[in-house]
Design a protein around this ligand. Structure first.
Ligand code: PLP
Length: 424
């Protein structure tokens, strides 16, 4: 690699995904130039086709009213079912194991109603330290809901002293140590702060060996790294769609439940009518009869307008294909790391990349630890047109996304970084 404009432009020329950038609205600065948008890990960009799909549903609503549930190409009654192939593709699952629904934190609670069943000494939950706060609150209040003390039952695993990320061997060892006390392992598939990709398969296997369930928050993983939830035998997972999946702020979430849990209709759950056996749902009878697949976990009829936007983005993913996105992402992230290290070296400014250097253990995001006037540096980057994000106390997260970011943007980011450091 070379930290030069010519090298970056040559990479863009050779990029088979380069045209996908034009399928998105690129947010612009006051001077009319597009931002160097490196926050697709926080909020993905708007696909231009989203408005088209959204207006189709608005029009259907205007013209058909309630009849829209039954008429048109995508009747609302079954609208969510059209998403199963793409969600199965992105998560590496079977279609009967995934469904779009609700929102991430709420979905985690609904899934935990089934998968966190503390019994006697088997009541512990293993979580990574510094998990996204919502996950911490979800688990804290789940413990309280079961009249347990979260300080006792929620075990947060810290990296080794002097390290920023967790080693798989340490996670597995902790699982084995907890043994029969462990009810559940729940981690982020990719940690939001460090960008570390966890070894979901190894962790799931270890959890199962001690008789615990394994579930994952895939907010930062879906659409970012390849997943094979079914083969890895993950018990459950949930995600949001507004990050790498570009499906609007607060957009529709989604869930996965391994099919081995589907026939267990006696599983405890918090139910709603959209999880009820379809053939008799509209008889409106007493007594909940669950659908026999993941749809049993659905509660409410689906928000069609959010799904319309989701549809636009998922179609783009199906076209671009995860293997192409992942291949570009590895190169783009490696180039970003190279540029940052080159500039840190040239300027003698201390930047440590917290995200693992091993490409298998990271996705699009690099988390930069900037202890020397980091906030000021972040502001200087912003003034230079870089949209990244700041995480207290001293981390800048930068996420080049293969669907719409370019190698040239990474090069220009490097220039802005060098100028920013010079001004500090
Ligand atoms: C890892 C992770 N978990 C949970 C959440 C909370 O998501 P929601 O507000 O959609 O419930 C987020 C939001 O950014 C997140 O990044």
């Amino acid at each position: 690699m070379e930290n030069t404009l010519a090298y970056s432009q040559a990479q863009d020329q050779a990029d088979i995904l380069k045209d996908f950038r034009h399928r998105f609205h690129l947010p612009k600065r006051e001077n009319g130039k597009p931002w160097l948008y490196f926050t697709g890990n926080s909020l993905g960009l708007q696909p231009k086709s989203a408005e088209v799909y959204l207006s189709e549903e608005m029009q259907k609503w205007a013209e058909l009213g309630v009849e829209g549930h039954f008429r048109g190409d995508f009747p609302w009654l079954d609208y969510h079912k059209h998403f199963k192939p793409a969600l199965a593709y992105l998560t590496g699952s079977n279609e009967n194991e995934v469904t779009p629904m609700g929102s991430l934190s709420a979905n985690l609670h609904f899934l935990l109603a089934s998968f966190y069943k503390p019994q006697g000494r088997r009541n512990k939950i293993l979580l990574e330290a510094h998990a996204f706060p919502s996950d911490q609150y979800v688990l804290e209040t789940q413990a309280r809901f079961h009249q347990l003390d979260p300080n006792v039952v929620v075990i947060e695993l810290m990296p080794r002293p002097g390290e920023h990320t967790l080693r798989t061997e340490d996670i597995v060892q902790k699982i084995n140590e907890l043994g029969e006390d462990l009810a559940l392992v729940m981690l982020g598939g990719v940690n939001y702060y460090t960008g570390q990709v966890f070894d979901i398969q190894a962790i799931t296997q270890a959890a199962h060996q001690v008789g615990a369930y394994a579930g994952f928050d895939l907010a930062h993983a879906i659409g970012n790294v390849p997943l094979a939830l079914h083969t890895w035998e993950v018990d459950f997972a949930a995600w949001c769609s507004y990050k790498y999946l570009n499906s609007s702020p607060g957009g529709i979430g989604g869930i996965y439940v391994h099919q081995k849990h589907h026939p267990h209709n006696q599983m405890p759950r918090l139910a709603g009518w959209w999880g009820y056996e379809e053939a008799t749902r509209f008889k409106m009878q007493k007594g909940f009869k669950p659908i026999t697949d993941v749809d049993a976990w659905q509660l409410s009829n689906v928000p069609i307008l959010l799904l319309a936007v989701h549809r636009a983005s998922l179609e783009i993913f199906m076209e671009a294909k995860m293997e192409n996105l992942r291949a570009k992402s590895k190169k783009l992230t490696a180039f970003l790391a190279f540029v940052i290290q080159d500039i840190a070296h040239k300027t003698d400014y201390p930047i440590e990349i917290l995200t693992p250097a091993n490409p298998a253990e990271r996705g699009c995001q690099l988390s930069l630890w900037v202890v020397k006037s980091g906030k000021k540096l972040f502001q200087l980057l912003q003034e230079a047109g870089v949209m990244a994000d700041w995480r207290e106390p001293d981390v800048i997260r930068v996420a080049p996304v293969p669907l719409y970011n370019t190698f040239e943007e990474v090069y220009v980011f490097g220039e802005a970084l060098q100028k920013g450091i010079a001004r500090l």
